[in-house]
Every structure is written in C-alpha cells, then in structure tokens.
Design a protein around this ligand. Sequence first.
Ligand code: GN1
Ligand code: MG
Length: 371
Amino acid sequence: MSHSRKEHDIRTVAEHFVMPGEFLEAIPCGAGHINDTYEVRFSQGGVPVRYIVQRINHHVFKRPDLVMNNISRVTRHIAHKLHQTGLPEPNRRVLTLIPCRNGDIRHEDAAGNHWRGYVYVERATAHNHVDDPRLASEAARAFGEFQNHLTDLPGGRLADTIPNFHHTRSRYDALMRAVDEDRAKRAGSVREAVDFCRAREGMVDVLLNLQAQSRLPERVTHNDTKINNVMMDDATGRGICIMDLDTVMPGLVLYDFGDLVRTTTISTAEDAPDARGVEMRLPIFEALVRGYLEGATFLTEAEIDHLAFSGRLITLEVALRFLTDYLEGDHYFKTRHPEHNLERFRVQAALVESMERQDDAMRAVVERWRN
Ligand code: GN1
Ligand code: MG
C-alpha cells in the first residue's frame, strides 16, 4: 500500500475546532512524508484568516493522545518563556494549538482519524532545500534554541511517541529482517544496497553505546529536524518557528543535529532520481556548526565531539529506513511511484559516501568553531 492523499472533508473537520468565521476553502500543503496537512481559509468579518488543520497518521503514531500531550506541554512551555522575554509576535515563534469546541486539543472523527489545529504562521517559509549558508546557519540556530528552551521542561519525562525511533541498531535489524522476509519480492534486486548497509554495521551502535555508558545525556529533542520543519521569517531570514512536533520526545541532541546535516548539506533533493553527483557541501556544514553552537549553549564536549559523525549516522539510519520500506512494500513513507523509496535510499547512500570522503574536513570544521 502506498499512500496517496485521501480526500478528507476538511470543512466538517474544521467545525470541531474553535476556528470562527465563514469557511472558504481548504488547500493541501506541506511536503511531509507522514501526516496530511491543510491550510484552511476563513473569512472573519470580511478579513481573511487561515489556520492549519492536520491529520495525524495513526498507523505511524499509534498513540495520538500521547503525541498531543507532548506537543501541548512543549508548546506551552516555550510560549511561557517567550512571554517572559517579551519578544514580539510570540505565536509566530512557537506553534499554538487551536482547541476543539469541546475543550479537547484533538478531534477524532467517525472513521478513526485524529485531527488537530494550529495557528497559521504568516510571513514565513519552510524550504525543502537550501543553498544559502545563512539559511542553514539560521535553521541550526533555531533548532538549537528550541532544544535550549526545553532543557528545563517541567512535568517529568515526555512520552516516547514512537519507541526506538532513533535506535539505529533496531533500524539495522529491521532491514535485515525485511531482507529475510522479502515480502514485496524485491530483495533479489537490491543486493548491492543491502551490502552497502552491512559494510557500515559498525556505525549503528556508536551513540547507543556512549549513551549506555552515560557519556551522552538523554535530553528533550525534536527528532525530525528536516530543513522543511523550520519556518524562516520572510522579512529577516531568521529561523522563526519550529514545526512538526510529533516526535518531540526524549533523545540525543546528536540525532537532531545529524538530520540537519542530512537535509541541508545535500547537493540535490532527498529523492533525486539519479544519485550520481550527490555531495555533502562543506560550506553548508560549516554554517550549520556555527548556527547550532550559537543556539544550543548547553552542549557537552562529548556531544560536540560527535557532531560530524552524527550527520553520517542519521543519513545511514534514514537510508536503512527507506530501504526497509521498499522491501516491505512501501507501507510507511508516502511514495509517488514504485521506485521512490529505492531512489531515496540511493541518494542517502551517496550522501553517506560523500561524508566518508570528507570526514577529516568535517571534523576540522567542528574543531575550528568549538568554544
Ligand atoms: C519523515 O514527516 P516528515 O516528512 O517530516 C519521518 C522522518 C524521516 C523523514 C525522511 C515520523 O519526516 O523520521 O527522517 O520522513 N518522520 C517520521 O525524509 O517517521
Ligand atoms: Mg515534516
């Protein structure tokens, strides 16, 4: 089963939320691989106003209630801090949930779909690809600042909305299982790809071992820091609002930095049909390091030591996941054609290789900017 966007009756969904005014239209938006996102337009006394309405993919997030509880805690905490600092337009700087008319923060429809509403962050853009090091640096600073805000989140540990989400060993084992089971009868055609992963098995336990030895601390992290999950202010180019908060949960900050490296330093699209020419762009990596160290002021030496490695690890991890989904018949990520997950795998693999070639240079960049 591959996911094509189903038609949802968004007008009816929106009626359940405190979104006053006359409904005008709902437009699909966003480039996420998991949830369904709509921009919903209303007229309030003749003034156009828009909101975000989003369906939570409950095959991926099996406990939407826990997801929403995490998001509510995190966004309220950040909003509280922004309020204290007195920065203008706080609800452009953190997502703001729109409650349901019954006071809940999540609407479950008759078909078992789970919906939520957000304030629309105006005058800002999410980029699927960046070429400008300044944008990369700002994105990294914004994610670092987001983590900074959450270092003192009260109320105990957040729920693990997807257990073992970044447990790279589990992701590796899942791929090997998928090869053995070969449900989609594709394993015969991807032997080289599987060998590529096998040759890098040594990487998958590195951070897990350091965490087990308490040399890397568990923190509150975003866990899905794709470049298109941060809104950049149109006027200033500043990273203004972090979104896609479903996977905010306990994790290692290196997973967040690593996915930024994966999604910004890449010279092509994540799913370029031809993986030749895919490169990790060092100037963008340098911009990320600079911005991230500026935003995340709490990092330990051990965390900084692994910034360069984290990019390679998360790129390998996402490669494992795309290949696994391909072997399992494309049930997890939305795909637009039968080879989509394989193409995504090939691009990630090429990016891993490019990072291997440039490992010394990446480490040197980190050394230059630390302290
Ligand atoms: C998914 O939903 P989106 O597109 O922001 C995925 C990430 C992957 C990413 C790969 C919950 O993110 O983990 O890194 O695709 N999200 C989930 O592009 O699995
Ligand atoms: Mg997203």
